[in-house]
Design a protein around this ligand. Structure first.
Ligand code: MG
Length: 357
């Protein structure tokens, strides 16, 4: 084990439940008892101030900055998972089978029961479908405003693992749980909304533009592309994640494209525009993905960043290792300052001291 990051002697912190996140978890002890779960914010007991390095606080801070600009964030995660038999460790399928009904029917009882339980736990899964890897599935979650999308993803991943284990499956969200060409991504779909004469308006949309994309969209995208290599460290935060980066359908360059799955940022421009940030991997922390994406987009707006052409051949490459990604992140002062020095110290020290070494 490497060096443990210095943290002033590891003092106690207070965990304060956020009542808006309280929900039942009916799969515990097969529903024989009424058990609930709540997401907590961490604060220092001495003065009650929130921990500056807590990812949920960081996401909230960036959303507040966006709100100051008169904009609301609407987003969702689209998470991929590989299913294995818990006892044997074998994949639930033998062949690759994108959209193959047979691969779906093998686990229909897990998904149907899980969906009932997850709904009670306020997790809204939009669909369950087969991805292209052997035994790989994908579950996009329903979009939410503000922190809700990250809270739902956080709850969903833990809950799905628990429910699957009770039914004899290992639900592996890890980026690359087994050798082979297939990895788990966790794409982050998002758009920003403003109030226009009391009506919610998609701020990425401009019907006058040939691509239906507004100036604000172009600035936001300019920010995402500019900071994409730094975003990589925060969205692909484990050594294992770099077995995914630079592979087809995974992030390779800091580029974007309309309807292009080979871009790091795929844009759906009609009927209503949104961005699919394809950088995050299965092992991402949803709060950090949200914080970093919003910080990059806001910088694009504040600096009037130029949006490069689609699929720009001269775009920067993504980092190849976690260490390279951490180095890039530390050099990106805009993202580093947005997240704050306490977070940066803790994140880099934990990654370098506990994971890479
Ligand atoms: Mg997918």
């Amino acid at each position: 084990m490497g060096t443990i990051p210095d943290s002033n002697g590891w003092p106690n912190t207070h965990a304060m439940g956020d009542l808006s996140t309280l929900h039942p978890i009916p799969w515990v002890n097969d529903g024989k008892h009424k058990v609930g779960e709540i997401i907590c914010d961490l604060s220092y007991p001495a003065d009650g101030s929130l921990l500056p390095h807590c990812p949920r606080n960081l996401a909230r801070k960036q959303l507040d900055r966006l709100r100051w600009l008169g904009l609301e964030f609407y987003s969702t995660f689209e998470s991929e998972v590989m299913l294995f038999d818990l006892e044997s460790g074998n994949s639930v399928a033998k062949d690759m089978g994108f959209s193959a009904m047979l691969q779906l029917s093998k686990v229909e009882h897990l998904f149907m029961d899980a969906d009932d339980l997850l709904s009670e736990a306020t997790v809204d899964v939009e669909s369950y479908h087969v991805e292209y890897g052997v035994g790989q599935y994908e579950m996009p979650l329903a979009p939410r405003y503000g922190l809700g999308a990250a809270d739902m993803m956080f709850t969903y991943r833990n809950s799905m693992k628990e429910i699957a284990a009770k039914k004899g499956f290992d639900a592996a969200f890890m980026t690359k749980p087994r050798p082979g060409p297939i990895c788990n991504g966790c794409h982050f779909n998002h758009s920003i909304w403003s109030l226009d004469n009391g009506e919610q308006k998609n701020a990425f949309e401009d019907a006058e533009d040939p691509d239906n994309l507004s100036v604000l969209f172009k600035q936001w995208m300019g920010g995402l592309v500019k900071h994409a290599p730094a975003l990589c460290a925060l969205s692909c935060p484990t050594v294992n994640c770099y077995r995914r980066v630079h592979h087809p359908f995974s992030p390779c360059k800091a580029d974007w494209g309309i309807g292009n799955r080979l871009a790091s940022f795929r844009v759906k421009n009609r009927p209503i525009p949104y961005i699919e940030n394809r950088v995050p991997s299965g092992s991402c922390n949803p709060y950090l993905v949200m914080a970093a994406t919003v910080a990059a987009g806001i910088d694009g707006i504040e600096t009037g960043a130029l949006c490069p052409p689609e699929m720009d051949a001269g775009a920067d490459g993504m980092p190849h290792t976690l260490q390279e990604a951490l180095d890039v992140l530390q050099k990106d002062k805009v993202i580093a300052n947005a997240l704050g020095k306490e977070f940066m110290q803790w994140f880099v020290a934990s990654k370098e001291g506990l994971e890479i070494k």
